[in-house]
Design a protein around this ligand. Structure first.
Ligand SMILES: [Zn+2]
Length: 106
């Protein structure tokens, strides 16, 4: 599987082809590389609603389903990622429960 052409857009920063997908974990929009990658640690699929959904592949379930393709988060490949966000108030900590990205293992 590959992203359909209508899902592909250009990164605002580096103009690489990317897709916006919603994370199955929390419904946030996440840019993923439009080009499927064997090295990627994400599984992307098009939902019945026509939107793209992305989930992290885990050691327990390292293989994408037949309807999914493996992709790299664009943050990992973008040559000019957004600057770290300085929280102005709120004081929400990102540390608790945050999952460290694990290097993909073949
Ligand atoms: Zn980019």
């Amino acid at each position: 599987m590959k992203p359909a052409s209508q899902h592909i857009t250009a990164c605002r920063r580096c103009h690489a082809p990317i897709c916006w997908a919603l994370t199955t974990a929390n419904g946030k929009r996440q840019p993923v590389d439009a080009q499927p990658s064997e090295e990627g640690n994400l599984a992307v699929t098009q939902g019945a609603d026509g939107l793209l959904y992305v989930r992290s592949l885990t050691k327990a379930h390292p293989e994408p389903r037949p309807s999914e393709w493996r992709a790299m988060p664009h943050h990992a490949t973008c040559p000019s990622p957004p600057p770290p966000r300085r929280s102005s108030g709120g004081g929400r900590r990102a540390t608790s429960g945050a999952v460290r990205p694990v290097p993909w293992q073949r």
